[in-house]
Ligand binder design. Sequence first.
Ligand code: NAD
Ligand code: WQD
Length: 342
Amino acid sequence: MESKKTVLVSGGAGYIGSHTAVELINAGYEVVIIDNLSNSEESAVEGVRKITGKDVPFEIVDTCDKEALRKVFEKYGFDTVIHFAAYKAVGESMAEPLKYYSNNLVSFMNIVEMMKEFNRPNILFSSSATVYGEADELPVTEDTPRKPATSPYGNTKQMSEDILHDCCRAYEGMYGIALRYFNPIGAHPSALIGELPRGVPNNLVPFVTQTAAGIRECLSVFGNDYDTPDGTCLRDYIDVVDLAKAHVAAVNRMVSDKMEAKYEIFNVGTGNPVSVLELLTTFEKVNNLKLPYKIVDRRPGDVTAVWADTAKANDVLGWKAERTLGETLKSAWEWEKRVRGL
Ligand code: NAD
Ligand code: WQD
C-alpha cells in the first residue's frame, strides 16, 4: 500500500466514519478501519464494502489500548489518520465525566503518540461546533473565540484541539487539521449506511425518523420562545455525505503538502441556519407524511442559535455543501425505513 494514498480511519464503523470511508475510497484512497464497536456494528463496515466493492480491512481495536494500536501501525503503512473514535453523548458526559475524559482523551493521545513514534505526518481530528458555545457573533468563523465548555464532552473536544495544536507545534513533521462539524444528519443515498443510535436518540433527526416509524409516540420540540424568527432554535444541519467529502478535501490538502500552517481549523457546515420547525416541515413535505409533535420546555444547555461561516472551507479546501435539506431528510427516512424493514 502506498502510504500517502492510505488512510487509517479510527471509529470508522461509526456514523460519520463509515460515510467518510466510502468517500475516501471513491476518491482513490485505500482505507483501513479500526473500531471497538462500542457504539456501532460491524454491519456498517459491510455496508462500506458493499457500496465501494472493496474488501476494506477492518480490525476491532480499542484506541485506548496502546499496544493494540501499535500493532496496527506496525501492520499498515499510512501517512494519514482520521480520528473519529470517541463517545459523543453530551448528556451522558455530564453524568459520567470520567468515562468521557478517559475514552476521548486517552484514545486521542494514543493516536498522536503513535503518529510521532512511527513518523506518520497527518492527523485529522473530529471536532465540533460545540466548542463555540453560545457565540457572541453569528455566523461563527474559525476565529470566533471558543466559549468555556458547558459539558465534559465539549471539554474533550476543546482539549483535543489544544493537544493537537501543541503537538503539531512541537513535533517536526506532524501536521493537524481539526474539522468543526455543525449538526451532521442524513444517510448515504444507498441506505446501506446511516446513523444507528442506541436507545432513545438525543439528536433531533434520529428522533424524527423514529417517530415517523412509529417507534416514538411524539416528538418534543424543546422550546418555542427563543429569540429566533419562529421561536425555535437555529442550527446548521450538514449532510453526512457532504461532511464526508470535506474530510476527503482535508486529506487531499494534507497529502499534497499544501498546508500553510502546521495546524489548521475548518468549520464544516452549510452556512444556512434552519429552525427546528422548519426542519420538521421539510421532513413532512419531502417524505409526504405527518409527524406528531408537541412544544415542550426548553432543554437545559441548548444554545439559541449557531451556524457556520463556511468561507474558509469553501476557499481553502475548495469544498462546499451540495445536498439540499430536503434531499438529506429524505435519505434519513430511507435509511430508517430500511433499518426497520418498513
Ligand atoms: P459514532 O458513535 O457513530 O462513531 C464513533 C465510533 O467510534 C463508534 O463506531 C465507536 O464504536 C467508536 N469508538 C468510540 N470509542 C472508541 C475507542 N476507544 N476505540 C475504538 N473505537 C471507538 O459517532 P459519530 O457521530 O460518527 O461521530 C464521530 C466523531 O465525530 C466523534 O468524535 C464525535 O464526537 C464527532 N462529532 C460528531 C457529531 C455528531 O453530531 N454526530 C458532531 C460533531 C462532532
Ligand atoms: C438540535 C435542535 C434541540 C431533539 C448536539 C451536540 C453537539 C454536536 C451535535 C457532537 C436543538 C432540538 C432536539 C428533540 C428538539 N454533537 N431538539 N427535540 O444539541 O444542536 O448538538 O449534536 O459534537 O455537540 O450538542 O443537536 O440534534 O440534539 O438538537 O426540539 O427531541 O433540535 O433543542 O435546537 P445539538 P440536537
